[in-house]
Design a protein around this ligand. Sequence first.
Ligand code: NAD
Length: 498
Amino acid sequence: MSIKDLAYWQQRAETISIEGRAFINGQYIEAVNKQTFDSVSPIDNRKLTNVAYCEQADADIAVKAARQSFESGVWSKAAPAKRKAVLLAFADLIEQHKEELALLETLDMGKPIADSLAVDLAGTLRCIRWSAEAIDKIYDEVAPTPDNELGMVTHEPCGVVAAIVPWNFPLQMASWKLGPALAAGNSVILKPSEKSPLTAIKLAALAKEAGIPDGVLNVLPGYGHIIGKALALHMDIDTLVFTGSTAIAKQLMIYAGESNMKRVWSEAGGKSPNIVFADAPNLDEAAQAAAGAFCFNQGEVCTAGTRLLVEASIKDEFIAKVVNAVKTWVPGNPLDPKTNVGAIVDQTQYKRILNYISIGKEQGAKLSIGGEAVEPIENGYYISPTVFSDVNNNMDIAQEEIFGSVLSVITFNDEEEAVAIANDTPYGLAAGIWTSNFSRAHKMAKAIRAGSVWVNQWDGGDMTAPFGGFKQSGNGRDKSHHAFSKYTEIKATWMKLN
Ligand code: NAD
């Protein structure tokens, strides 16, 4: 049996041992209240394990441990080369455990095992390694000063950082925070989503084994409105970094204002336009990319290309190509390495997507393909990718983030109209532009208010490029050296030289 076989993963799933406790000050412990909640797999609704139900008391203990570790300097003042070596060892351990972590991810939130390995684990490794390598290559500044003075601009770690992350790429979103936060010398409390806590919990043991000192990385699983809120309101957390919905991002800013004005950085929702002009270099390629843009990861992607803007002159031809491409995205057993569409994360999300499909029909959009609940595995949550054409940008399915594979096809007649439609949402995360016209590509890229713009491709980029949103898609940036600005305070030290 090889990792390319369903039986291999099924057998590993039967025998995997799963940790569900919190990790505080270097050890796994139960929540203070001894309570747990069930972790259930959306693949087949099977209970996986009990997970610690953390609350305020656990937050207090973890924050104290994080603060003490930070003040002790054991990590915050360690030589950059030392932190780099430990983080590289951490990455090596993640790599050694990549099959186990990928399996946990798939069991916990339903994504195809092939994606867990090739996307989530690969992205996590790249992020931790890149952040580790950056530590001893970023310099501070000396200000232009007269001869008898010296002005230094230095970056210091913020202190205690809380990271609250979502369920769609649990490990990868955690790594986008942990990589630069730890590299910069902070102590961190990671709060994974209640829907997908298992890989974050496992990660903690690997961090300890790699040599990350006790108290520097703590993991508190639990519900957002309980433990997430306790962290966001905590008086001794310096910085709160978040990836999740726009509604919760706004709430976190309120909590910060109500408590200690901790810095809040959010990566939030999206409703990204994918704009196809009649002069796209290759319409078949564009159609395949348009399908992948909203089908990948069950559409549970912040940058999902859920609004397909098509130039009116190629509307019918292009929709037919997209519908054909969508036929290759088929829900199946997430443990089968051949599957490219897995299970929807839970029943709430499943019902939400089906509800939006009903709204699309009610509001007069034309269903071109999909729109149905399917059941490749009994008791699991699966929906066939759905394309609505004849969509008006004011419809709910075009304005609201569904977080499922539901595509709205909207037509436009010229560049100006395409820009107006593209920018007409509260979000500004990403956009795609397909054209052979170089000037048009540049003009469109400038006019679209989004943090990432892709030309003649979808979802380009890597650790070297910043990622984040305009408007209500967030503030600050993950990835690249720009991410470090969230995890450091800037100090100006001005000295008189006598
Ligand atoms: P969510 O906002 O419901 O939850 C995100 C996290 O916040 C979870 O850990 C949750 O427990 C916690 N939380 C919930 N209520 C809270 C509260 N009152 N106080 C503190 N914490 C709270 O989002 P989700 O459903 O987990 O994830 C989907 C969302 O994430 C989508 O909107 C998606 O666009 C967004 N997302 C954005 C990016 C990005 O980089 N921009 C990446 C991935 C996902």
